[in-house]
Write a protein that binds this ligand. Structure first.
Ligand code: HEC
Length: 180
């Protein structure tokens, strides 16, 4: 069965690559051959729990975006950092649609309401990237509000009282944490 799934994926991916390849007369490069082993979504499993993804990635990525709304990034490096965090939020939304090692992960990742919220997180992450690239603080603040809404909606619908993997997040920083 595993072989069958892999085989179908290889054929599909092969067709996709062929369709993307430029016409032969525009390039002398050899047409790329599909890699022999192509992983399918079906076989994928994150090596950590979705509880870990929350604590180690989602929370970490969102915090600096909220902070930026009331504490403007100063240097180019600060802005680059913020752009990378925003990109992590885009990625995190996609990771949340793949089950990991947690006891509830399969149930969550297979629930259409969950997947919709995870996809909203990716979408708002892309909005954050756009706002950060434009260095538009008002837009960043608006995106920050959208992010809070999505976190809360999903937590109300799905989050158990005690983390399934025992991982609690740090409290998000507040303005007071940055006062001299
Ligand atoms: C798609 C649903 C979903 C979205 C969106 C989501 N969460 Fe979560 N979050 C959960 C679930 C479910 C848990 C509990 C995981 C577990 O216990 O295995 C959790 C747990 C957490 C935890 C760790 C547990 C704790 O109580 O400290 C933190 C921190 C966290 N989320 C932060 C966030 C932040 C910040 C956002 C928004 C940027 C967010 N989450 C968006 C579903 C979501």
């Amino acid at each position: 069965m595993k072989y069958l799934i892999g085989g179908v994926a290889t054929v599909v991916a092969g067709g996709f690559l062929a369709a993307c390849a430029p016409p032969a007369n525009e390039s002398s490069e050899p047409v790329a051959q599909p890699a022999p082993q192509i992983q399918t979504r079906i076989e994928n499993r994150l090596p950590v729990s979705l509880n870990d993804v929350m604590v180690a990635m989602v929370n970490q990525a969102a915090d600096p975006i909220w902070v930026a709304a009331w504490r403007e990034p100063e240097t180019d490096a600060d802005w680059r950092e913020l752009e990378r965090r925003s990109t992590q939020l885009v990625l995190a939304g996609t990771l949340l649609t793949v089950p990991g090692t947690g006891p509830m992960d399969d149930q969550w990742a297979n629930d259409p309401a969950w997947v919709a919220l995870a996809e909203r997180l990716s979408t708002v992450g892309r909005d954050a990237v756009t706002a950060v690239r434009a260095r538009n603080l008002e837009a960043i603040s608006g995106v920050g509000d959208d992010i809070v809404e999505i976190c809360e909606a999903c937590h109300i619908a799905f989050k158990p009282d005690i983390p399934t993997g025992g991982q609690f997040g740090e409290l998000s920083p507040t303005e007071a944490d940055f006062e001299e």
